[in-house]
Design a protein around this ligand. Structure first.
Ligand code: HEM
Length: 444
């Protein structure tokens, strides 16, 4: 009997009674939230990171990152480990001794977890790449990377520029505008839905699923949010089933249709895997890139000298995108579970232990970055950040995200050099996915 949960979006299947849903929420959110809040009140660092990371700037978490490094590369908390040391983050993310997803086998609550249908790894009704491990992950990822190549992404550059310009054409430069709603969210949404062969008329629905499901990455959701997330994922799952049927019957000139046709030794992805991949690509490709764009705009507003430097040296744009990703990463942390007793940075980590690898903390490790808290678009090693993770789960969309960031920002500032943010910026309430909900601006 194996019951499993993961730190990524959870299953969407309509599963049983409200009582079961209550139990799912209780075990996966209310209980961890109570434990984390208790731990945070006692000064526990992993607990404080979860509890204190909502609705604050990532820069305000620097003391916690520094505290995680203060007593050595790996910090042992009351219930889990955490690390903000880049060497140790890399060691864990590349180690075969750790896996993604939290797999709970047995234990006192196993029967209850099984009864409440907490048994599916990852989003939708099949494990996605993110929660699969070798040997399955190796085959799965090989097929997906065959389609998502750097060359395929570069071919999308021109189209991305056109989408960015079309979106900006629709804005009235004389009125205030929310850049998140009208630009930062629209650009990646349009790109990713084209990659997945989604009709323009369905984009609004996809946006609604994405926005409602985004908190699924977070720990300790309120009951109200949890119910909304399960409902959104359920609708998304049903929509994806129809969409994949449509692509099989009418393949188009898009990457998803190519993935439907891709095979390795004559064997391709099965239906559930295709659906999970499409779901992951949509969620991962949209929810993160919107934050990259928004975080960049907020940073440039605070650091006009850096924007002036980019105007003088436009060749620095691609480095600037990496510096934005380093200093304000869209993903705060990722988690791993030890699959056997192991040793990390000289410390014993027992089987079943959970480790939070603080990507945002590793990005400010003074061992790697000089003056790590300064925002410097010309930083020579900006690209050494960990915002796309490392090892076998390294972000499959990294080149796409970098390209969209570069094109999206360059086009925006070329078109509206006088762009200025207005009061009323709001952060997204999510803790792990970090960005803005609203960025009111005047374009000129
Ligand atoms: C700025 C934008 C992005 C950021 C910061 C980001 C971040 C990440 C991170 C941190 C992981 C690994 C998580 C872990 O190790 O547990 C990941 C995995 C992944 N990302 Fe991204 N991502 C971005 C954009 C994209 C885009 C545009 C796509 C679309 C293709 C994408 C697709 C994926 C996929 C499929 C995985 C799973 C890879 C695997 O498990 O083998 N991401 N991303």
């Amino acid at each position: 009997m194996t019951a499993s949960t993961s730190t990524v979006a959870r299953t969407a299947t309509p599963r049983g009674s409200i009582l079961k849903q209550r139990v799912r929420w209780g075990l996966d959110h209310a209980l961890p939230r109570t434990v984390m809040s208790y731990a945070a009140r006692k000064g526990d660092l992993p607990g404080r990171l979860i509890v204190e990371s909502g609705n604050v700037e990532t820069a305000d978490l620097v003391d916690l990152f520094d505290a995680a490094r203060a007593d050595g590369p790996l910090h042992r908390g009351r219930f889990s480990f955490t690390t903000a040391s880049q060497v140790t983050v890399k060691e864990i993310l590349t180690s075969p001794d750790f896996r993604t997803g939290i797999v709970r086998a047995g234990g006192p609550l196993a029967g209850l977890r099984e009864w409440a249908d907490i048994d599916i790894l990852g989003p939708l009704s099949a494990p996605s790449l993110l929660v699969t491990e070798p040997p399955d992950h190796t085959r799965y990822r090989k097929l997906v990377t065959r389609v998502f190549t750097v060359r395929a992404v570069e071919q999308l550059r021109g189209r991305t520029e056109q989408i960015a310009n079309d979106l900006l054409d629709k804005l009235d430069p004389s009125s205030p505008v929310d850049l998140v709603e009208n630009y930062c969210a629209r650009l990646p949404l349009t790109v990713i839905t084209e990659i997945l062969g989604v009709e323009a008329s369905d984009q609004e629905r996809v946006l609604t699923f994405g926005t409602a499901a985004a908190p699924s990455l977070d720990l300790g959701l309120s009951w109200h949010t949890f119910v909304g997330v399960e409902a959104a994922l359920q609708d998304f799952d049903a929509w994806l089933t129809d969409h994949m049927d449509h692509l099989r019957a009418h393949p188009g000139d898009n990457l998803m249709s190519k993935l439907v046709a891709a095979t390795e030794d004559g064997v391709g992805l099965n239906d559930a895997e295709l659906k999970a991949t499409a779901g992951l690509v949509l969620a991962a490709g949209f929810e993160t890139t919107v934050n990259l764009l928004g975080n960049a705009i907020a940073l440039f507003d605070k650091h006009p000298d850096q924007l002036a430097r980019l105007r003088a040296e436009p060749g620095l744009w691609s480095n600037a995108v990496d510096e934005v990703l380093r200093i304000d990463p869209p993903v705060l942390l990722t988690g791993r579970m030890a699959v056997r007793d192991t040793t990390v940075a000289g410390m014993r980590v027992p089987e079943g232990a959970i480790v939070s690898t603080l990507l945002a903390g590793a990005n400010r490790d003074p061992e790697v970055f000089t003056d790590p808290n300064a925002f410097d678009v010309a930083r020579p090693n900006a690209a050494e950040h960990m915002s796309f993770s490392a090892g076998r789960h390294y972000c499959l969309g990294a080149s796409l995200a970098r390209m969209e960031g570069e094109v999206g920002l360059r086009v925006l500032y070329d078109r509206f050099p006088g762009l200025a943010l207005q009061p009323g910026a709001e952060r997204r309430p999510t803790r792990i996915l970090r960005g803005y909900d609203k960025l009111p601006a005047r374009l000129s």
